[in-house]
Design a protein around this ligand. Structure first.
Ligand code: GDP
Length: 363
């Protein structure tokens, strides 16, 4: 381009020709486009061979809210179901800071020393992947995350607890079909998510801390009642005595609870995840539990109960979403809500009106 400033009369001034702006989209990007999705049958075949890339893609489909993805996901799950079930499913809970990730890293390596494969999943309804999931974040489990036989998957992103839990439940099926014979499901021990985890694991481990002075008051009774094992972490250095004291307190507290339906008496142990002390003992307890429930038939019984639970959960879920996603119901509910808020209609009549309309429409 001609620039008048470049005329000889302007000595000492030169204007260089401009540089073309790069395109805003990387022209090489298409080279890295994802491969098209294999057919459900092909995906299943690869999963059964233990192909982790396909397993990850299938889990992504399970987690997707796109109805097309869901259709494929459900087909893959259904085909994987006959190959699932052959694993030890262990739920691990504890308040933030209890040492879950440190412990899972160590427990995981311990388990893998015996061979087999381990999948670490999480249920955390409060997490959103985009904001960085709290649970299951690979960097939190340094050793496991680089182990070739470990598969770590963060919690499905935020949603209703039921939805998040169902996705984790379905992911267990896929992992088992891919040959993962150890499944850890991690959850933060602060809310309802323990119940959801409890409904999908064989053994429920509660990680506790000593030395907070209010050990027993701090935990919800319900969570303690669900635990098959309570382990007091950070029993190291000058914390050992406090950990032992907490152990004694938990043991006596457990005696106040009614006997468990499995007949198993929950054990209380101390250990240190960070210094790797007492890990063998924790795992020996878990082995004892599995031997116990395998021989008295409770293992199978519990799995059947869980299958029933998930059947009703799925029905509930489907009914709810059919109802609330019905476009006419959406409009009707908005009107009824206003009527109720302004005291013109009672809640019960409003609910009856909505349901009558829904079922009338279904007939
Ligand atoms: P999470 O939030 O339950 O996953 O807990 P983390 O595993 O992130 O641990 C929380 C903090 O406790 C970290 O600073 C760990 O280094 C520390 N920690 C974990 N396990 C132990 C242990 O056995 N002993 C000691 N002294 N510290 C530990």
């Amino acid at each position: 381009m001609e620039h008048p400033e470049n005329d000889a009369q302007y000595t000492g001034l030169t204007v260089n020709s401009g540089v073309a702006q790069p395109p805003s989209v990387n022209p090489y990007l298409k080279k890295f486009k994802r491969k098209p999705l294999p057919s459900p049958a092909e995906m299943v075949e690869r999963i059964l061979k233990g192909d982790v890339t396909t397993l990850s893609r299938a889990v992504t489909l399970v987690e997707s809210i796109n109805p097309d993805h869901q259709t494929v996901a459900q087909e893959v799950i259904e085909k994987c179901l006959p190959y699932s079930g052959n694993s030890r499913r262990i739920g691990i809970t504890g308040v933030p800071g209890a040492g879950k990730s440190t412990s899972i890293d160590v427990f995981g390596l311990h388990v893998l020393k015996k061979g087999g494969k381990l999948a670490v999943l999480a249920i955390d309804p409060s997490s959103e992947r985009t904001k960085g999931s709290i649970l299951g974040d690979k960097t939190r489990m340094e050793k496991l995350s680089i182990h070739p036989d470990a598969f770590i998957r963060p919690s499905p992103s935020a949603g209703s607890l039921g939805g998040v839990a169902r996705k984790t439940r379905e992911t267990i099926v896929l992992c088992e079909a891919a040959g993962f014979n150890n499944i850890f499901v991690e959850t933060v021990g602060v809310g309802q998510s323990e119940t959801a985890v409890h409904s999908m694991v064989d053994f429920f481990l509660l990680i506790q801390l000593a030395g907070t002075g209010d050990e027993l008051q701090g935990i919800k009774r319900g969570i303690m009642e669900m635990a098959d094992g309570i382990v007091i972490n950070k029993a190291d250095g000058d914390n050992i005595d406090r950990a032992r004291l907490a152990q004694a307190q938990f043991r006596s507290a457990l005696h106040l609870f009614p006997p468990t339906t499995s007949g198993w008496m929950p054990e209380v142990l101390t250990y240190s995840g960070y210094y790797e002390l007492g890990i063998e003992e924790v795992w020996a307890m878990i082995d004892r539990y599995f031997d116990f429930v395998m021989s008295n038939g409770y293992f199978e019984h519990k799995r059947r109960q869980q299958a029933r639970y998930w059947m009703f959960e799925s029905i509930d879920n489907q009914l709810r979403s059919n109802f609330y996603n019905n476009p006419e119901i959406k409009v009707l509910l908005e009107n009824l809500e206003n009527e109720v808020l302004s005291n013109r209609l009672s809640s019960f009549i409003a609910a009856k009106n909505a349901l009558d309309f829904y079922y009338g429409e279904k007939k």
